[in-house]
Design a protein around this ligand. Structure first.
Ligand code: ADP
Ligand code: MG
Length: 427
């Protein structure tokens, strides 16, 4: 079986490695370029990364299955398109992907099916939105409706911030058409947990839990990022939360069926826990990054089998090992702001054999100084996920940081407190 993965980050690298565990997998193509590609993981180098070049590649290479990473493609209906050509594709159709690509659609879905979420209003113009502000007090959360690459949400501490956010969205149109509407919602305070689930024929099969570290600096300081560390299972998850989550999952299943969404793929439930109660902050309709980098190494069932079960609307037989996985992501200094790329990465050959390295933002280039061999250089803000899977969190944490000491690139930076139990999360 030849598989194409759309996307090229750490998530896609982890998916590729997991798919290769099945003997039926002949090779896995990464749609653009991942510096970790070797042996049967092959870079397709689709430089014009769009439906036309993907179509051409599918025909030329005789791909049997397409797995889609990034949300943008799903929201544009890539699954509908590929399936219409008779090729198997894993992910939700355009209509179901709206659970991620429209925050207003997702909130209405939650409201209709009694899924606990922050109170909200939706607005499609500045004047009405302004009159809604006093309803919530501060902080208030303002979310552009569409996909904004993780930048569409503002947590406004006071009226001035809120007015600025509304002006930017409705008058300055900083998100273009993705911001023609907004969701304004109540601020919840607590800690977050991510739950990825397989969805097969509107039935939900959850993965084990994970906890993502979003802030760039230690002790959860500094700006938000795409995620700079992750652990699985989530150490703050309890039996009670699990019961609440199962109840929420039953409600989501009911909604998927009644709305005839025909959801097949991954549903990522973004939870927030306030005073012991679970709320759904948002849905994503795809694998999370960096959650995938810690979940797939713990998967005991076979990923390709699970994907085919979902595509065939069969029960998904997921199984997880009773161990702990942790990743710390090495980033380019300056990320999530400006950063340099092109720095050579060394020491990857020195890491322990049981450490997993997934490439988030790297590139293979010809090393002119050493006989046409290749070298790997940095090519993004998030560069490498260093993953350890051990019997407990302390051992995983120690293994990750011991091995990070062996890796080097100029301007390398990372959080030193991933996996350290922090009191502030407990409430
Ligand atoms: N109602 C809320 N209360 C508190 N924090 C929130 C709320 N909604 C979102 N956030 C914070 O903002 C982040 C981004 O919001 P989210 O809805 O996940 O959108 P996206 O991931 O598309 O940017 C969340 O992970 C959370 O930290
Ligand atoms: Mg989110």
């Amino acid at each position: 079986m030849k598989i194409l993965i759309i996307g090229n980050g750490g998530r896609e690298h982890a998916i590729a490695e997991a798919l290769l565990k099945n003997k039926k997998t002949e090779c896995v193509y990464i749609s653009t370029h991942n510096g970790g590609a070797k042996d049967r993981i092959i870079n397709a180098e689709l430089t014009n990364h769009n439906i036309e070049t993907i179509d051409e590649f599918l025909a030329k290479t005789q791909i049997d299955l397409v797995v889609v990473g990034p949300e943008q493609f799903l929201s544009e209906g890539i699954i509908d398109h590929i399936q219409s050509k008779g090729i198997k594709a894993f992910g939700p159709h355009k209509a179901a992907a709206r659970l991620e690509s429209s925050k207003a659609f997702a909130k209405e879905f939650m409201e209709k099916y009694q899924i606990p979420t922050a109170g909200y209003f939706r607005y499609d113009n500045y004047d009405d939105a302004l009159t809604g502000l006093p309803e919530f007090g501060y902080p208030v959360v303002i979310k552009a409706d569409g996909l904004c690459g993780g930048k569409g949400v503002s947590i406004c501490q006071n009226e001035k911030d809120a007015v600025r956010a509304l002006t930017d969205i409705f008058h300055n149109r900083i998100f273009g058409n993705q911001g023609t509407e907004i969701v304004m919602e109540q601020f919840l305070s607590g800690f977050e947990a991510s739950l990825l689930c397989f969805v097969s024929g509107n039935k939900i099969y959850p993965f084990d839990t994970a906890m993502d570290y979003k802030k760039i600096y230690d002790n959860d300081l500094g700006p938000n990022t795409g995620g700079v560390g992750c652990i699985s299972p989530n150490p703050y998850w309890t039996v009670d939360l699990d019961q609440q989550s199962n109840q929420i999952i039953r409600q989501i299943e009911k909604g998927l069926a009644q709305e005839k969404l025909g959801f097949t793929g991954i549903l990522f439930i973004g939870y927030l826990i306030e005073n012991g109660k679970l709320y759904v902050l948002e849905f994503n309709t795809r694998f999370g990054d960096p959650e995938t980098e810690v979940l797939l190494p713990r998967l005991k069932s076979d990923l390709l089998t699970n994907i085919m079960q979902a595509i065939d609307d069969k029960p998904v037989e997921l199984d997880f090992a009773a161990n702990v996985a942790m990743t710390t992501i090495l980033v380019s200094q300056g990320y999530p702001g400006k950063y340099e790329t092109g720095h050579e990465i060394t020491g990857l050959d020195l890491v322990d054999p049981d450490i997993l390295i997934y490439h988030n933002g790297t590139k293979q280039i010809i090393d002119s100084s050493s006989d046409q061999k290749t070298k790997i250089v940095t090519n993004g803000g998030r560069v490498l996920s260093v993953v350890a899977v051990k019997e407990n969190l302390a051992a995983a944490r120690q293994a990750v940081y011991n091995n990070i000491d062996k890796i080097h690139f100029d301007n390398m930076s990372y959080r030193t407190d991933i996996g350290k139990i922090i009191e502030i999360y407990k409430n």
